[in-house]
Write a protein that binds this ligand. Structure first.
Ligand SMILES: [Zn+2]
Length: 295
């Protein structure tokens, strides 16, 4: 069984270096991919994945499932109509705090601040580094370096770096919203969940990496995520995915305490009947030029 992971589906042709990682896949390419799956594969949903893995039942040949991480607005305005038309099931793993605050993900804030700044270079005290921002190549390099560094830091240190970045880049611009980075609304989540094809899963409160959250706060992080989704939509979350695919045994233990049934990772390829329910492999599509598998 191949579990595909998408992030966004877009109809916007990117200006400058917006979406340079390819995280938001062109809508027509997505449509073609779904048509291929419909023709060649046995498309299953998250309940079927759970049933097979829980009971060690082999998957049918060419089994495939679809997931979306993060909860971008374009999942619901662009991808869902295509999925509905082709009757393809999918699970959407969402970050309720980003929806609640209508705020961009922290990785997208880094991207947006650097893309939109008019400054030709910036100095980040917290990294003790100067970044040239004269052209798009410089900007891409800076975005990748700052993101990479932030991912290795504690949540607090990462937040401090983003605050500093906001301060040093904002002199003549603001945090302009890049259309693709818009977050879904609660009403989009609710109306999507009413369709039996679709399932809503948790993906942390606001995409902080579980292994970078202090251990004594991890329990409330997961609890708050489940509770906020329940409060706003009435949905009891049964499935999760790890932000950035990062997890440890403590994370798995807490998820199980909240009766979470499965949680995929962000790497790997083929799953079989013996795959661990909390380590389901996934294939990224679009993101960082990853390829759609051949069926
Ligand atoms: Zn994510």
């Amino acid at each position: 069984m191949i579990f595909l992971c998408y992030h966004g589906v877009t109809k916007h042709k990117s200006k400058n270096i917006e979406n340079f990682s390819g995280k938001h896949l062109d809508k027509e390419i997505f449509r073609k991919q779904m048509e291929i799956l419909k023709k060649k594969c046995k498309i299953i949903d998250i309940h079927s994945i759970y049933y097979h893995l829980k009971n060690n039942i082999p998957f049918e040949k060419n089994s495939v499932a679809i997931s979306f991480d993060d909860g971008f607005e374009n999942n619901f305005s662009q991808a869902v109509p295509i999925l509905k038309k082709l009757k393809i099931p999918a699970i959407f793993y969402i970050c309720p705090q980003n929806i609640e605050k209508k705020q961009m993900f922290w990785v997208d804030k880094i991207e947006s601040l650097i893309i939109n700044t008019v400054r030709k270079s910036i100095y980040l005290k917290s990294l003790r580094k100067n970044y040239l921002l004269k052209n798009n190549i410089d900007k891409k390099k800076a975005i990748l370096a700052i993101k990479k560094f932030c991912k290795s830091q504690s949540v607090k240190k990462k937040d401090d770096i983003i605050n500093e970045l906001y301060f040093v880049t904002k002199k003549k611009n603001s945090l302009k919203l890049i259309k693709n980075y818009k977050i879904a609304s609660w009403s989009q989540i609710k109306s999507t969940a009413e369709n039996h094809l679709f399932e809503i899963g948790g993906h942390s409160m606001e995409h902080n990496i579980f292994t970078k959250i202090p251990k004594n706060k991890l329990y409330s992080e997961i609890k708050n995520c489940i509770n906020l989704i329940k409060k706003r939509t009435g949905i009891r979350v049964k499935h999760f995915s790890y932000p950035e695919g990062e997890y440890n045994q403590k994370t798995i233990d807490i998820l199980k305490q909240f009766n979470i049934l499965s949680c995929p990772i962000a790497t790997g390829f083929l799953n079989d009947k013996n795959t661990n329910l909390f380590k389901i492999k996934r294939v990224m599509v679009g993101f960082d030029k990853t390829k759609f598998p051949k069926f």
